[in-house]
Structures are given as C-alpha cells and as structure tokens.
Design a protein around this ligand. Structure first.
Ligand code: SER
Length: 316
C-alpha cells in the first residue's frame, strides 16, 4: 500500500498529478500539500489536504508520521525566469527544500520523486540529441538547483539506499493550472491566446527549438518511473524524457490547422531567450525507454487538437 505526500500539489504538475495518484492509489492515500490551503481548491480539496512550506522540515516530519507516508513527490520550485529574478529564494526552495526532503526520506524510509528539467543543462551541453550522461554546466539558478538536486538524489541513493528517482522534464503543456515564470510557458499561453484572441506575441524568437511534452505524458512519466522495477534501473535521478521538439513557427503552423487566421508576433524577452538558447534543442531519452519503458503517447498534432478543444470548452 502506498501512502503518498505531494509537495506543491496546487502547481502546474501537482494539480493534475495529485488527482491521478488518487485515482490509482485511493483518495485517502494521497496527501496534497501546498504553502496555503487557499490554493487547494475544487477537486483537489476532496482528498486529504495540508499546509506545508518546504522550508519547514519539522512540519514535513509531522505529516510523514501522521499519514505513515512512504513516498514523497517533491514538486516545489520556482520556474526558470522567475528564479533569475529571485535566485536566493530559488535556491532555498529548489535545493535546500529538496535536501530537507531527502533527509526526511532517509530518516523515515520514504521513496522520493524529483522533477529535474532541460534546465539542468547549459550552453556547453550538446544541444542536438542531448545524451543522458553529458556535460551539465547550467548558467541559471534554476538549472544550478536542478543539477544539484539530481546529484543529491544519486548521493542519497548510493550512500543511504534512499529510493530517489526522477526525470528531466521538457516544457510541459497543460490546460488545468497555468505554469508561471517559466521559459517554456509560451507554448501554453499561445494556445489560450489563439483561442481567445486569434493572435499571440511570443517572447522567444523563431528558430528557438525546445523539447516539450503534453501533461498526460508528464503524469505518466512521474508515476511510471516510481513504479519501475528497481533491478532494471541503471540511472535513478534525472532521466531524459521528451515527447516532441518544436520552435514557435512550427507550433504556429500546427495551431493554424485549427485556427486558420491565427497570427504570431514576436517581442523577444532577452532573459527568456538567453535561457532558452542555453538549453537543448532535443534530448535523447533512450535510457528512460530502455530502463523503465518510457514512451510518450501525444505528439504535436494530437496535443494541439486536444488543447484547442479543451480551451474552447472553457468559454473564456
Ligand atoms: N518549464 C520550465 C521552465 O521553463 C523548464 O523545465 O522554467
């Protein structure tokens, strides 16, 4: 029986992952936590919900004991662009918070999931077909916290036997909770603006290729890597996973198949552009495929059709 605690359950990933975990493992076995109960609303509030600030380790211990938690999904983070504006807070939340989580996991025998990112790579990483094991010298605070947390996860696994696992996510495209302050957010915003106004102004320039993934595949990755047979795992933390790679022009053309008059303009934001330029164009995710059967379901065409359908139904 799994008893799962989700840190950051109201965020872009958490708001959908928590519900899927509850469908799979039972509503009462998945505890959603976030910094304020006001954030935990709607369907999310129908299961166990608690306030947790990741910097409050005694509170995390209290919840782990109260619910006999055996698995922690730590989704607390500041996304890349906002982390550049608040690097000290990004370090506190992204790295100190994860260190605290691993310490609690060590003492209370919990497995830990951690979402790393394409942001864990940097300008000196090969940008095409980026290998699983390669140079990681990120130049953003977001990336510094991500690569450090991957290494911490590997260390806690090797030194203490903590079952720490995770993936390197690309940009995640979703339609339940908006991301906030990420470099890849444009690929979410563009769909909303296309449906609402028929036009969008993109902060990244044409030709900026980045890996992306539709949320249902991201949720599948979060669960499948934790369910994987440990005897098959060579890596544990920071598995490259991707579903597609495109630039804003390719995305524009995919949207135009459904909204023919859609117009795309550009107003490049230098910080986001320089972050995007330091990240891979497309990752090689063959280790995840081989070690735990990773295989995405959604591609650009099927995702675009679904995103537009779902956003239209919201009648915004
Ligand atoms: N979506 C993240 C960001 O843009 C990347 O992992 O910050």
């Amino acid at each position: 029986m799994k008893n799962i605690l989700v840190i950051g359950c109201a965020g872009q990933i958490g708001s959908e992952l928590t519900l899927e975990l509850r469908r799979r493992y039972g509503v009462d076995n998945v505890i959603g936590t976030d910094v304020s109960l006001d954030k935990i609303t709607g369907k999310l509030a129908e299961g166990p919900s608690e306030v947790l600030d990741i910097s409050n380790t005694p509170r995390l211990v209290e919840l782990v004991k109260k619910y006999k938690v055996d698995t922690i999904y730590n989704l607390a983070a500041l996304l890349s662009a906002v982390a550049e504006a608040k690097p000290q807070l990004a370090w506190e939340v992204g790295l100190i918070g994860h260190y605290n989580t691993l310490e609690v996991a060590r003492e209370h025998n919990c497995a830990v999931f951690f979402p790393s990112s394409i942001g864990s790579f940097g300008p000196s990483t090969p940008h095409q077909n980026t290998p699983q094991d390669t140079i990681q010298r990120p130049t953003t605070m977001y990336g510094v916290t991500k690569v450090s947390a991957e290494l911490l996860g590997d260390y806690y696994h090797k030194k203490y036997g903590v079952d720490s696992r995770g993936v390197r996510f690309p940009g995640i495209i979703s339609n339940v909770t908006m991301p906030g302050g990420g470099t890849t957010d444009y690929a979410v915003e563009i769909y909303y603006e296309a449906v609402k106004h028929g036009k969008y102004t993109c902060p990244l320039k044409a030709g900026t290729f980045l890996d992306m993934m539709y949320m249902p595949d991201a949720i599948k990755a979060c669960i499948d890597v934790m369910e994987a047979d440990p005897s098959k795992l060579i890596h544990h933390n920071g598995f490259n996973v991707t579903a597609m790679s495109f630039d804003p022009e390719i995305l524009k053309n995919a949207i135009r198949k459904h909204i023919p008059n859609f117009e795309l303009f550009y107003d490049v934001e230098p910080i986001k552009q320089s972050i995007a330029d330091s990240w891979p164009d497309n990752m090689d995710d063959s280790c995840a495929r081989q070690e735990w059967g990773w295989s995405p379901t959604w591609n650009l065409e099927t995702m675009t059709e679904d995103m537009i359908k779902v956003i239209r139904a919201k009648n915004l």
